[in-house]
Design a protein around this ligand. Structure first.
Ligand SMILES: [Zn+2]
Length: 169
């Protein structure tokens, strides 16, 4: 024997009769779909569209949270790389200063020395110039890398903000 429940469609007000076991149905008048929820002896109807919307919002939020987690991890790695670059750059600048000192010393010595030792000081001058060139190149490269990392972090931070706006509707 099948029991019937009389209901009113929440959308169009049509009188409906559903069997007591049914869990989902479409209104015979307006076609809207509903999930039948039974609890505490009361039958309520939840529009299917709202259910899907809520579910999609949930998925969207989860995806956004996962993406933000990845972005934050990326930023952490970038910050680490940035401080490593800064350390290297500091060493490079110290190297430059040392080479400049050697250059000054050897240049002065070269100009005041007697002919026998002139060759040695000239060698020192050339060596110091070469070292300065190499260190300048390295420091310039590190500067570039540092700027690139800073830009990447900014980009990822703006992406996180976009995700935050999306899930805080
Ligand atoms: Zn209806």
């Amino acid at each position: 024997m099948t029991d019937f429940i009389s209901l009113t469609c929440p959308s169009c007000g049509g009188k409906l009769k559903i069997t007591s076991e049914i869990e989902r149905f479409a209104c015979g008048f307006c076609g809207n779909e509903y999930l039948v929820k039974r609890g505490d002896g009361i039958v309520t109807l939840a529009p299917v569209i709202d259910q899907i919307k809520t579910m999609n919002q949930g998925i969207d939020k989860t995806n956004a949270e996962l993406a933000m987690l990845r972005l934050r991890e990326d930023i952490r790695q970038l910050e680490k790389r940035k401080s490593a670059i800064l350390r290297k750059r500091k060493a490079g600048i110290q190297g430059l200063a040392s080479a400049a000192t050697v250059l000054l010393f050897s240049w002065v010595s070269f100009s005041v020395s007697v002919s026998q030792s002139k060759g040695f000081f000239l060698f020192l001058v050339i060596l110091a110039v070469l070292v300065i060139l190499v260190f300048s190149f390295i420091v310039a490269r590190l500067n570039q890398e540092y700027k690139k990392g800073k830009k990447e972090i900014k980009l990822k931070e703006s992406q996180i903000n976009k995700y935050l706006q999306r899930i805080n509707y």
